[in-house]
Design a binder for this molecule. Structure first.
Ligand SMILES: *[C@@H]1O[C@H](CO)[C@@H](O)[C@H](O)[C@H]1NC(C)=O
Ligand SMILES: *[C@@H]1O[C@H](CO)[C@@H](O)[C@H](O)[C@H]1NC(C)=O
Ligand SMILES: *[C@@H]1O[C@H](CO)[C@@H](O)[C@H](O)[C@H]1NC(C)=O
Length: 420
């Protein structure tokens, strides 16, 4: 499917060289075309005189030349979308993921890996996902913490210590296991794996420029001393490295790494396996109920208003009335540590909440105003869901899934819908 990206890169490099060598010729040529097009701009016969100029300007001559795929190529390729984590606020995030990732690439297959809790019933919304390849919902069990893990990882800044990190790594790597098993059973391999989180709220579609052959794509910012691990996109080779979060730890151990948080371990994992990464801004934020100091200090966490124009590249967010915009954001973000919780803020993309308390009253209305009617409806359905609807929706989801491994529907629904 990927028609020799190498050849393309070689050709663009060659054109780039000529481009530079011939700058002396091209400048007069461009001037001529501009003159020509201005002169004839009244004769609108559809010919775009700027096309040759745009063509040369668009060539990736500045530094690295990554082959950029177009949407059509991607729609013909095999894409696995890996969704991991607890359902938490899935009534807010789920429909945005369905619209902006799954429906944007209707050829993609969804893999869901999540621990069972009282929010799991919210996954019933996935009955409207285009293709569901695998669902694995499990009773969470403590994972063994052996010496290797304890040496390499740090509990610092992880709400549930090393165990929390291991649980998270297990979720991510488990998704790779599901993908491999599906590939084996059906005798094919995926071209791409999009790994994203259940608690991501997307306010715009995932664009084709985020699929970069031979490199692993991560969002910039929120890097906490390593690499932002709130989303990743890569081909099967790079994704296999990126998703092997538990099984690569012994290798990090023998390479002498220690005291790593999730982001630092992720970075070490890629570099030791010679996977290069590329950072691109992405239109999602991670919806969080956690409270944070405001204004955030050097190592504090800025919490974005869900209504920020974005792209927020996975920064923490919540629906709020923004208390800090424009100059205030500039002041706050200049004091936030660049290699830590910092995120892109320029040009009004970011507006901040005061997250010292819980979500403000009336947040539902704020969310509906931002997300629009369609998403508001999904939220309402979950808010007022009855046992019968839940079981019915889950049965629909199960029937649509190629692989299904989960507790019985009524266990999932009872857990979420009866007071306890
Ligand atoms: C720790 O556990 C993992 C997975 O069970 C294993 O691969 C690794 O070798 C173990 N390391 C040590 C030092 O026991
Ligand atoms: C799997 O696919 C390959 C090539 O695509 C083919 O040669 C092979 O026979 C297939 N195996 C099975 C079990 O279908
Ligand atoms: C990564 O590259 C280095 C230097 O080229 C090499 O020594 C090492 O074996 C490579 N590691 C892997 C896992 O490919």
């Amino acid at each position: 499917m990927l028609k020799s990206p190498r050849k393309f890169v070689a050709v663009t490099k060659w054109v780039c060289e000529i481009n530079w060598r011939l700058t002396g010729l091209i400048i007069p040529f461009v001037l001529f075309i501009i003159f020509f097009s201005l002169h004839y701009s009244t004769t609108s016969n559809g010919f775009n005189a700027f096309y040759p100029v745009e063509f040369f300007l668009r060539l990736p001559c500045s530094g690295e030349s990554d082959h950029v795929l177009n949407k059509e190529e991607l729609l013909r390729s095999k894409i696995a979308v890996c969704l991991v984590g607890g359902a938490r606020r899935f009534e807010l995030t789920g429909p945005s993921i369905i619209e902006n990732i799954l429906k944007e690439y209707p050829n993609s297959d969804l893999f869901l890996h999540s621990p069972l809790d009282s929010d799991t019933f919210k996954f019933s919304l996935l009955k409207s996902a285009p293709n569901v390849a695998g669902v694995r919902i499990f009773h969470p069990q403590p994972l063994p913490e052996n010496e290797s893990y304890v040496r390499v990882l740090t509990a610092h800044n992880s709400p549930n210590g090393i165990q929390g990190l291991l649980q998270y790594f297990n979720l991510v790597e488990g998704c790779l296991t599901m993908i491999r098993s599906h590939q084996q059973k059906n005798n094919f391999t995926y071209d791409w794996v999009v790994r994203t989180r259940v608690d991501g709220y997307w306010n715009a579609p995932l664009g084709p420029q985020n699929f970069v052959p031979g490199k692993y794509l991560v969002p910039p910012g929120s890097s906490y001393g390593g690499l932002n691990d709130r989303l990743g996109i890569g081909d099967l080779t790079t994704s296999t490295v990126a998703l092997s979060r538990l099984s690569l730890i012994p290798q990090l151990d023998s390479a002498g790494f220690n005291n790593l948080n999730s982001e630092a371990a992720f970075k070490a994992q890629l570099t030791t396996q010679n996977v290069t990464h590329v950072a691109k801004r992405l239109p999602f934020c991670v919806v969080s109920d956690r409270r944070y100091d405001f204004p955030p200090g050097q190592f504090g966490v800025p919490v974005a208003a869900l209504s920020s124009p974005g792209p927020l590249s996975g920064a923490k967010c919540r629906p709020c009335t923004a208390v800090c915009q424009g100059l205030c954001v500039e002041t706050v973000m200049e004091s936030v540590e660049k290699g830590w919780s910092w995120t892109e803020w320029e040009n009004g993309v970011l507006e901040l909440c005061d997250a010292r308390e819980g979500w403000e009253s009336g947040w539902e209305k704020i969310f509906d105003g931002v997300a629009g009617k369609k998403l508001a409806r999904a939220k309402k359905r979950i808010q007022f869901m009855k046992m019968g609807e839940c079981v019915e929706d889950f049965q629909k989801l199960r029937k649509r899934s190629t692989h299904w491994s989960a507790p019985p529907e009524d266990e999932i629904c009872t857990f979420g819908l009866t007071p306890h």
